[in-house]
Every structure is written in C-alpha cells, then in structure tokens.
Design a protein. Sequence first.
Length: 219
Amino acid sequence: MSLIVRESSESTFVPVPAGMHLARCYRVVDLGTQKTEYQGQVKHLPKILVQFEIHGEDEKGQRLVTNKGEPMSISKTFTLSLAEKSTLRKDLSTWRSRDFTQEELRGFELKNILGVWAMLSVVKTTGSNGKEYANIATINPVPATIKKAGLPEGFNQLAIFSISEADMELFETFSKGIKEKIQASPEWNSFFGKKYAEDEAASHRGKSIEDMDDDIPFN
C-alpha cells in the first residue's frame, strides 16, 4: 500500500477584504536576516513581521472573522531600520501622527506598539504566481470619534518573538511559512545549531559505554 501526498487545490484561508479597517497590533516577530531582491539587486537585511487582528464588518455588514469565528489577521514585513527613508519609520510615524525624536532614533522598543489600535488601509495585489493577496498600504491612527464610541476588546494575546530569546511555545503557533522563514535565517542557524550541538554533546557525556552501544546503527 503506497502513501501519496499532493498539493491541495482548496484553501480555507480567506484574505482580509480591501478597504479601511480597525485593527489591533498583537504580535511582533523577529524573522532574522532575510534575502531580498529588488530591481536586480540582492540584499540580506534584518526583517520583522508585525501582525494585526481585524475588527470590523464587510460591505454586507458581516463580521470579519475566520471560519473559527476569530478575528481575521493581516501582517506586514518590515526591514528592521529607522533610517530616514525606511518603510518602518514612515509607517510608525504615520501611525503615531509624529516623527521620531533623536532619542527615540537611538533605540525604540518595538514592544511599545503591542496592543495599540490602528486604522489599516488594505489593498489587493496580484503576485507573480497569479494569486491575489491582501496587503497593508498604510497604518493610520484611530479617529477620535471611533475612540469615543468605544474600542472592542482585543482577542489575541500580546507577544513579541525574538530569535535570541526564542519562546518555542510561541514559535509553534506560527504558520508553516513564518517558521520556514525564521529557520532559514543565519541567526536561527547560528543560535540553534550551536545549542543543538551542545545538547547532543551533553547527552552523550551523560551516557555509559553500554548506553552508547545501543546507539550504534545496524550494518
């Protein structure tokens, strides 16, 4: 009896519809150094993923939720830089309604954006593979009128993931694609490759000769 797996032609994932949506930042993920290519130029840059949960309704007045009844989520990848022309600095400045001070530019704690509400402008784009994607175009502050009416209760637990201090329980909640990106980074391989080797050496040091004989594979 053979066991065969194939690519599924069906997907239950429903992207966030285009438009302006109330959202809450609930997670920041360290992706490590990633390879990027733009206009023929290849660069290796440190990246982060910022994730938002969506609170709102579609054009028909239906709540924007997954098939599990949970708020839809959307994310945006940024180069980890507050350089003058960086997208992260531009989006955070628009979101905060002010640019960064010189002191903030020397070191800004990304945990400060966790739990903060925003208005996301979401647009649809078509990838090179022909598939349609929902992307965050801009991140704006929440209007005072919406704040006065009352913000909904957040759903997801606030979390920040750093490769150097990896929370493996949190890591296991990530999608396969995010896991693969993180695991492909040199930071992950440097940190966990060394840790794995040390753990293996320690486990063998604690074994007797009789225990080690059991590990010898059959010829």
